[in-house]
Ligand binder design. Sequence first.
Ligand SMILES: *Cc1c(COP(=O)(O)O)cnc(C)c1O
Length: 420
Amino acid sequence: MSSVLNDPPLSESDPEIHRLIADEVVRERDKLRLIPSENYASKAVLEAAGSVLTNKYSEGYAGRRYYEGQQQIDEIENLACSRLKALFGVDHVNVQPYSGSPANLAVYLAFCKPGDPVLGLGLPAGGHLTHGWSVSITGKFFDSHAYGVNKDDHRIDFAEVRALAKEHKPKIIWAGTTAYPRTLEFDKFREIADEVGAVLIADMAHIAGLVAGGAHPSPVGVAEVVTSTTHKTLRGPRGGMILCDEKHKKAIDRAVFPGLQGGPHNHTTAGIAIAAKEASTLEFKQYAANVVSNAKNLAEALLSRGFSLVTGGTDNHLVLVDLTPKGIPGKVAAQALDSAGMVGNYNSIPFDPRKPFDPSGIRIGTPSITSRGMGAAEMTKLAEWMDRVVQAPEDEALIAKVAGEVKELCSSFPAPGLPV
Ligand SMILES: *Cc1c(COP(=O)(O)O)cnc(C)c1O
């Protein structure tokens, strides 16, 4: 009997999954991907993420592991950490969190006991579930309080942040967003955190790439702890990380392992190291600047076509569209736009009179289309296509025509990572 396992390629071993992946390649090639939390990882990142590193167990940290055979893994994790430390100018980095949500959970474990007061931006105002929203474990196990945005300009209501902080004396204050089109003023949060003795946690999941490329002010040096995903604007593999001052290093590392997780995903760690190297280039700096200028141009083009935008525009990579003046609900618009080759997501707007499952807005962003090299001319075109579709979401002929035009445009802008 042969000791070698039969080891056929995916196309032979599992044609169903092989076909679905092939179809996903076509979807990512032929459509304008506008979900602001998504991107295209490079071929190099994908190669590492699909490598044999997935076979290795390495609980612990470099030089202090619970398994032997870490000759390569220790070097890989050290490279990921040292590159990120240089990129963000921070004392310490932990790259082991499996994704953004576990990174945030580790922060609670590091600084809070169950039932402790915490403060974060509410979900309907653009916050993330893990910042204490009721359905999340972070809202169930902690005494969470939510601040919001101003009624008039939809910017963060710092008077409310201060009032809630003084009233509840939170252990931690979250400064981070998932659907907020404006610059986050970390220094204002820091002032309030200092007034009440809270630890300020910045969650830069959406904007890490903009921060790395200098297109958004950095929270490092302002917030004592910074959490992030690695797969959004940073263009790495799906993963999470925590950056912190020297004084919180021990608490953070212990919280991630053994507090919350087992073995790190080493294939992801390698991908993060590669993404950190890519993000330290001049080319990436230009990318980050282009993401923002594309979003601004898209916002302008949408405004000129009668769209209403939350806060009236954008400073970052995303645009939150209030479709009320167009007379179409967010979900209907998002589905019609997807059929027409423009993939965004329906989203609540601040003080939305409609339900979260059928809200008034859509959220779109420029990270992915900027990774394809699209620019100002394409943003004008995109706004025009969006306008045509939301005016006639049931016109199948029109939607098919637009989808064809989108595909044609996409063919001139090959995406990173995709096979040609
Ligand atoms: C995306 C996001 C997360 C969670 O990341 P996952 O990898 O999806 O768990 C956390 N915080 C913010 C602000 C986010 O936008």
